[in-house]
Design a protein around this ligand. Structure first.
Ligand code: B12
Length: 137
């Protein structure tokens, strides 16, 4: 299964991005890693170009909260992305914040899976469960 990943916006925190790339590969995914400083348009362009089934976005400095609001509007401009599984994780707000508030907000932005300050492997387990459930539907 193909996954496009990267760190959204003007965010240069690269360590988790490298770990995500390696961990996805270890789980058998084909990874297209756009790295840090990636804009939303670039994610959607890459999803179309590669035919990816999953878009996995990281945000570590918290600026995804700004970008997130544009997700639905932008995605609607692309054809054939209705089935794209949308996942986001890292530090999803600036400063402190709790998952009870943050998760519904990002689901409203159009993400299927939201992992605020969740360990990477726990998040990737959730992704695999989500994919398995979708296959049975
Ligand atoms: C190293 C670091 C830097 C380095 C980055 C070097 C580099 N090129 O990577 C430098 C010094 C450059 C830096 C700069 C800044 N940083 Co900094 N940085 C850190 C620090 C100390 C460690 C980050 C790291 O690499 N951790 C190791 C990795 C493995 O862990 P992680 O990033 O947390 O990722 C884990 C999880 O989040 C998860 N994960 C990540 N993405 C995803 C996605 C999914 C889907 C899932 C499931 C899980 C997942 O997986 C990882 C493993 O479990 C953190 C504080 C900390 N202790 O975490 C601050 C921190 C991330 N930085 C912060 C800030 C504010 C900045 C600056 C804005 C500071 C400034 N005023 O200039 C700038 C931002 C610049 C920019 N344009 O982005 C804040 C962000 C706070 C927020 N969100 O509100 C933090 C949390 C520090 C703090 N407590 O204030 N930083």
């Amino acid at each position: 299964m193909k996954v496009v990943t990267g760190v959204v916006g003007n965010d240069i925190h690269v360590v988790a991005n490298r770990l995500i790339d390696l961990s996805l590969q270890a789980r058998g995914f084909e990874v297209f890693n756009l790295g840090v400083n990636t804009y939303l348009e670039e994610f959607f362009d890459a999803a179309v170009e590669t035919g990816a089934e999953v878009l996995l976005i990281s945000s570590l400095n918290g600026e995804a909260e700004g970008w997130g609001r544009e997700v639905k509007l932008l995605k609607a401009r692309y054809k054939n992305l209705d089935e794209l599984i949308m996942m986001i994780g890292g530090n999803l707000t600036v400063g402190s914040g709790n998952a009870e508030d943050i998760v519904p907000k990002y689901k409203g932005y159009g993400f299927d899976l939201v992992c605020h300050q969740v360990d990477l492997n726990t998040g990737l387990d959730q992704l695999e469960e989500f994919i398995a459930q979708r296959k049975t539907q």
